[in-house]
Design a protein around this ligand. Structure first.
Ligand code: COA
Length: 705
């Protein structure tokens, strides 16, 4: 972790550019630090010296006597380097650089110069172009945002400054306590991964929320995220659904790889909860920071209305919540607390006449029963009900569930009294929502977090590739000036990585063709081999489904004649005799280098409709077997592989192995940019599959990961 704790728990903080003018950012930052009870020493720095906000001002940071771990710089860009040099002389460790006017407007060189100067002095830069840092551990509000920040358990890392400042205000309104809030701005040095390293260990932080616009150093980010989600939930909001990756693509894998799709897939792989809006992210963070981890997966719905109960049931299906489905048991548990005309099946319906005591009774039965692990309470306002009593009933039930280590969410729908109750409970941190879907989605986030932790596996299987064949084949293609491999070269590489390709041989004469067909086994396909013919079928160079020796002889003569007629100057090297691939489920497996996340693999429905169906998902490499299975499950190809309408299950193990092998081949050399198998035909379980067509694209230069 290095000494990044000094950024969050500094012994002394200097504000360089501190000012006596209340309108200036340097004034506001110093004011916030002093007002919010920072526990260490504060040193304003200003060339005029004197006093600022009652503190002695130093003309230079190097004049400060005590240790300064953090120096917040708020001087115009043209003075920033000079200020960083001053910090270097003082021995500062971390510099949050508030100033704008660097790489975000194209001033890259100055930013690089600052990073270089800082690195030489062993200092690290946060930013530039940031609003600062808040750390509850040291009560440091080194931001020019709102003064009042409630300390708590949610850490926020944000790439957007303006949004971040707005989020500080919103967390106060929503009564969300923060352990830390960091603005990362241009990320010229410190990035999300550095901060995650600290937050993973920080006991104060129970949930991490990140607002991200773009990812750099993706491989490190992925491994840090994976470590983080093993320990605590991570919620991400990402903007910028750019199609840049897709436009630059030269293969199916590339054109299907919209950068946002990859981001989404990789976040799933890392167990990150991706929220579509700030409101959703805040709901999740607030709930996750306080909710106990459910001891199992059985959830019960308790309602006073059928309609809202059905809505909650739909929402449970959408958010992957398992409803407790044992009518005998629920009758035993809820029979004594449900009216005769109600329902004890899940959703348990207490009916429109239910009182607050009835709710407490039913929720107590759920909280104390060992077979129920979480609950959703629903209330629709009725004329009969004492709406005020509901607030206290929800509060009591919440305590009961917390005491029994189970999560409870509540959704209430009604008029002003209900709304007032929701607001009152919200301030106390009791999770009550107007909207059923919001409530259920929060509970879903808790279950997803738990599921992910359970599934986490850190064993990366070692897949062997043949470096001699790879080097020789790619070397040959490069010598020819090609940035792609010919079909037979690609086949050689894929086969040498263990991928099951159709059996084939190139015959130089008819006798060899006949013997090849007998070795491979009928039916076979014959294809002309000639570098002069691009589209073999157009030249009459392909004949399918040859059943016996005579048909092979006829096909040989037919192909030779047609190709010569097509172009008399054609040079024919031979005819390839190939196993005729049986029908199966057509899938696609690809791998490429993503500009943000580095090497990735793709899987989905294959065949000629691949770009229309767009049923693909992605994962970053390296990949565990469990992650490869997760990738397959994310696509609609998965139910096909399980077998539809009485079909046998397909060989999913072969798909998993092929994904891992394609990934290993991409990672074996930086000279391959794209690999694609389409289709990978998958047969019934135990019978493997065939990679019918394989393409490999090469880079013109070495790629560094
Ligand atoms: N060391 C210490 N103090 C210095 C200094 C140095 N090398 N050079 C200048 N100062 C002092 C100035 O004298 C001034 O103090 P004063 O008010 O007593 O005269 C103070 O630092 C600030 O300098 P000033 O020139 O008044 O700049 P400013 O406060 O108007 O603007 C920034 C400085 C950094 C706020 C501005 O350049 C900027 O980048 N603003 C955008 C910030 C932003 O939006 N960040 C992203 C948020 S998400």
């Amino acid at each position: 972790m290095g000494d990044i704790e000094h950024l969050f728990e500094p012994r002394g903080v200097a504000v360089i550019g501190a000012s006596n003018s209340p309108g200036k950012i340097g004034y506001k930052i110093l004011h916030n630090i002093l007002e919010c009870g920072y526990k260490g020493k504060v040193y304003p720095v200003n060339p005029k010296g004197g006093e600022i906000l009652g503190c002695k001002a130093y003309r230079k940071a190097e004049d400060i006597e005590g240790p300064v771990d953090v120096a917040i710089i708020s001087v115009p860009a043209k003075f920033a380097l000079e200020a960083v040099e001053d910090c270097a002389r003082k021995g500062v460790k971390y510099i949050p650089l508030i100033t704008s006017g660097f790489s975000e407007i194209g001033e890259i060189e100055l930013e690089m110069e600052i990073v270089k100067t800082a690195k030489q002095a062993g200092m690290r830069i946060l930013g530039p172009n940031i609003f600062g840092i808040y750390s509850s551990r040291s009560s440091l509000n080194g931001t020019f945002g709102p003064k009042d920040i409630k300390p708590g358990h949610v850490a926020i890392i944000t790439q957007s400054g303006a949004l971040g400042i707005a989020m500080i205000g919103k967390t106060a309104v929503e009564n969300i306590g923060l352990s830390t809030m960091v603005s990362v701005g241009n990320k010229c040095d410190i990035d999300e991964s550095d901060l995650l390293d600290y937050l993973i260990e920080d006991e104060q932080t129970k949930v991490i929320m990140m607002y991200i616009e773009g990812v750099s150093k993706g491989s490190r980010f992925i491994s840090t995220l994976k470590r983080a989600t093993k320990v605590k939930p991570v919620v991400v909001i990402k903007s910028g659904r750019s199609e840049r990756g897709a436009q630059a693509a030269a293969s199916h894998t590339g054109s299907l790889a919209g950068s946002d799709d990859i981001f989404d897939s990789v976040m799933k792989q890392c167990g990150v909860l991706r929220a579509e809006s700030i409101k959703t992210a805040f709901n999740w963070c607030k709930f996750l920071a306080n909710a106990p981890e459910p001891p199992g997966r059985n959830v019960i719905i308790i309602t006073n209305g059928g309609g809202i109960g059905v809505m909650a049931t739909d929402a449970c299906e959408k958010f992957g919540i398992h409803l407790y489905d044992d009518p005998e048991a629920t009758k035993r548990i809820f029979g004594p607390v449900t009216p005769d005309f109600g329902s004890t099946k899940n959703p348990v319906d207490l009916t429109g006449g239910a009182s607050s005591e009835d709710y407490i009774g039913a929720l107590k039965a759920a909280a104390t029963n060992p077979d129920i692990h979480g609950a959703i309470g629903l209330y629709c306002e009725t004329a009969l009900f004492d709406a005020k009593g509901l607030t206290s009933a929800i509060r009591q039930s919440h305590e009961m569930f917390a005491h029994n280590g189970k999560p409870l969410v509540f959704s209430s729908l009604g008029g002003k009294t209900i709304q007032d109750g929701i607001d009152e409970l919200g301030k106390e941190g009791v999770p009550v929502f107007e909207d059923v879907y919001e409530a259920v989605e929060c509970l879903g986030a808790v279950f997803r977090t738990k599921e992910h932790k359970k599934k986490m596996e850190s064993f990366y299987p070692e897949i062997l590739t043949n470096s001699t064949i790879i080097t020789e084949t790619i070397g040959g293609a490069m010598y020819d000036g090609r940035n792609f491999l010919l079909a037979d070269e690609a086949k050689k590489l894929l086969e040498s990585s263990g991928i099951q390709m159709p059996k084939s041989m190139v015959a130089k004469d008819l006798a060899q063709a006949v013997s090849a067909a007998e070795d491979i086994g009928y039916p076979v396909v014959m294809k002309v081999v000639s570098r002069d013919i691009l589209h073999k079928s157009d030249a009459g160079g392909v004949v399918l489904d040859l059943q016996n020796r005579n048909e092979v002889i006829d096909a040989w003569e037919g192909i030779m004649m047609s190709c010569k007629r097509y172009d008399p100057s054609t040079r024919i090297t031979g005819i390839e005799v190939c196993e005729m691939v049986k029908k199966g489920v057509e899938t696609i497996v690809g791998a490429r280098r993503d500009p943000s996340f580095g090497p990735i693999v793709m899987f989905g429905m294959g065949g000629i409709y691949v770009e229309v169906l767009k049923d693909v998902a992605f994962r970053a490499l390296p990949l565990t077997r469990a992650e490869a299975i997760g990738l397959i499950k994310e696509t609609k190809a998965y139910p096909l592989l399980l077998g539809v309408r009485g079909e046998d299950k397909k060989d999913i193990d072969t798909v998993v192995e092929t994904i891992l092998q394609v990934g290993a081949l991409l990672q074996s050399t930086s000279l391959i940019t794209d690999i694609e198998i389409n289709p990978l035909v998958v047969y019934d379980q135990g019978q493997g599959g065939r990679a019918v067509d394989g393409r490999i694209l090469l880079s013109s230069k070495e790629v560094k990961e």
